[in-house]
Design a protein around this ligand. Sequence first.
Ligand SMILES: Cc1cc2nc3c(=O)[nH]c(=O)nc-3n(C[C@H](O)[C@H](O)[C@H](O)COP(=O)(O)O)c2cc1C
Length: 207
Amino acid sequence: MYFDPAVSMRPAPFAHSPFKSLIVPRPIGWISTIGKDGVGNLAPYSFFNGVSDDPPMVQFCPNGSHVEGGAKDTLQNVRDTGEFVFNMVGHDMTDEMNISSGPVPRSEDEMVLAGLAAAPCEKVKPLRVRDAAASFECVHVKTVDLPPSRDGSPNNLVIGQVVGIHVRDDVINEQGLIDVLKIKPLARLGYMDYTVVENTFTLNRPS
Ligand SMILES: Cc1cc2nc3c(=O)[nH]c(=O)nc-3n(C[C@H](O)[C@H](O)[C@H](O)COP(=O)(O)O)c2cc1C
């Protein structure tokens, strides 16, 4: 079938918009920030990815507004401070990640709410999730104002340069490689579904 998303995102026979189910699996950027008032913040963003290797850069997309109105905390904090931290979500942190996505007041720190231990960063002020398999300290490069949603709510793309990388020692194997099967990264599918990286294969490029 074919459909025009400007006409409907959910034409028959779809029960829900299939869009996000067709961009899968999406890595989850678990983004920690700090407000100009010093309140910490943590939230998952699955419109997230790396965008370059050298220099290393990542992006995430805050879409919509905060429950109290205005920009989502993560976006507002990046606007105010120019810094954020990407934390990797392993399968073992699924519940904490989900708790951190709740519609809580701006004054609430989701890292505390989720019962997570925090650790300081080397070069940026936001705290990182201490037990995450990896955390990237990021400084803001650019925010792109994207076309708004049909209901007028904002869409943004935030790009940051990675200036510090923390890796949990136990996920580095004896060959000096990241043991992804030990991390079991959590990833987002469509609807309310998730997947976990539990198997891999190797494919060399043609020479
Ligand atoms: C797995 C997962 C992925 C999410 N991805 C996004 C996303 O890419 N963009 C977005 O705006 N909201 C996303 N959300 C919703 C935000 O996490 C939620 O709105 C959160 O309250 C925002 O927090 P903040 O205001 O502290 O930034 C996601 C939620 C979950 C559970």
